[in-house]
Ligand binder design. Structure first.
Ligand code: HEM
Ligand SMILES: *[C@@H]1O[C@H](CO)[C@@H](O)[C@H](O)[C@H]1NC(C)=O
Ligand SMILES: *[C@@H]1O[C@H](CO)[C@@H](O)[C@H](O)[C@H]1NC(C)=O
Length: 337
């Protein structure tokens, strides 16, 4: 009897203190199942609002920022899971992922994440992880660009390590073969459908000349342009992407509606006007992905729904959860001392 009372009072006092703890409704910590959309509901109720308002300001200032923030979530999740490893600068034993082949002179948006983090540290110190900020910013960016919304599972913790080699090896390159790209997605637990839907991110944002030049001049080592690239589109691209020089010149990934999150990316693929080799290969290298490209080109709603589902799936890649793994960084660029 008294034992029951004791338990009851412990329960009550836990409730009283609950607002100062972040907790998930499920306790399993083996996979994404332990993340919960309600993770910050009590311990930082304004977290989502704060992220959204700072992302909105940044995107209003520069439309491309939506694309840049969306891409950061992808480049974070594919390397040791969604743990904000990408955000660490080099220091001590940490070699930043920002210097990898896919990231160097290319990834951007870190200043916006810094702004969000410092606002959140003011509102609720040492509470919201950088990994969750990246996941929320990716969702808010998609919505601001006109894409679908989804509920973001939360409760990821931040890594105390980064992996430059992981960044070089695990993130697909634009000139990887279709099979290599699919293998890299499979390794993360993502399938054909996720690959085609998530590649739809290339409906917004930019690419540098250096990421697709090979297609314009010497795709397979025979001195010929890629024969799955529309000839007049290729000629137009060559004007600002010469054989040598102009590496950093920027091009829209979706020339039809470069800042609008819509399904014109897939329509471009059907017209052989995908910018990257990896994009066009979704139509030309596999029956399964070809069918999906056609479906998404025809049915924008289907694309948007699948995109949202696949983003949640990507966001669940090996999060650090519980209390013993990872940490809540105070500054997204460095581990806590
Ligand atoms: C399927 C394999 C993929 C490959 C090979 C790939 C490759 C690339 C490349 C080469 C660029 C241009 C980078 C530059 O030249 O600076 C780029 C941009 C971009 N990627 Fe991907 N990507 C892939 C999948 C994804 C996924 C899954 C997402 C998001 C879920 C994504 C989101 C973006 C966005 C939004 C941009 C534009 C970024 C900006 O304008 O700052 N990509 N990607
Ligand atoms: C892909 O591009 C990289 C960087 O430009 C280059 O070093 C590599 O040889 C290319 N790979 C293939 C298979 O063409
Ligand atoms: C095309 O690439 C191959 C091998 O990658 C090279 O041997 C050849 O000289 C290149 N041709 C031209 C015209 O650049």
């Amino acid at each position: 009897m008294s034992n029951q009372f004791t338990r009851f009072f412990i329960f009550l006092s836990l409730l009283a203190f609950a607002p100062s703890f972040c907790f998930s409704s499920k306790s399993s910590s083996t996979n994404g199942g332990s993340l919960s959309p309600h993770f910050y509901d009590h311990c930082c109720p304004k977290a989502q609002e704060i992220v959204k308002s700072i992302v909105a300001k940044a995107v209003a200032k520069e439309a491309r920022m939506a694309a840049s923030l969306l891409r950061l979530h992808f480049h974070d999740c594919f390397v040791q899971g969604c743990d904000a490893s990408l955000l660490l600068d080099s220091s001590g034993s940490i070699v930043s992922e920002k210097g990898s082949n896919p990231n160097r002179n290319s990834v951007r948006g870190f200043n916006v994440l810094d702004q969000i983090k410092s606002a959140l540290e003011k509102e609720c110190p040492h509470t919201v992880s950088c990994a969750d900020i990246v996941a929320l910013a990716a969702r808010d960016s998609t919505v601001l660009a006109g894409g679908p919304s989804w509920v973001v599972p939360l409760g990821r913790r931040d890594s105390r390590t980064a992996s430059l080699s992981g960044s070089n090896n695990d993130i697909p390159a634009p000139n990887n073969t279709f099979q290599t790209i699919l293998t890299k997605f499979r390794r993360q637990g993502l399938n054909h459908v996720d690959l085609v839907a998530l590649s739809g991110s290339h409906t917004i944002g930019n690419s540098r000349c250096t990421s697709f030049r090979q297609r314009l001049y010497n795709q397979s080592g025979n001195g010929q342009p890629d024969n799955t690239l529309d000839a007049s589109y290729a000629a137009q691209l060559r004007r600002r992407c010469p054989r040598s020089g102009g590496d950093q010149n920027l091009f829209f990934l979706d020339f039809v509606s470069p800042t609008k999150f819509d399904n014109s990316y897939y329509k471009n693929l059907l017209a052989f006007k995908g910018l990257l080799s990896s994009d066009q290969s979704l139509l030309t290298k596999s029956q399964t992905t070809m069918k999906l490209v056609k479906q998404y080109a025809e049915n924008s709603k289907l694309f948007m729904e699948q995109f949202a589902q696949s983003m949640v799936k990507m966001g669940n890649i090996s999060p650090l959860t519980g209390t013993s793994r990872g940490e809540i960084r105070k500054n997204c660029r460095k581990i806590n001392s």
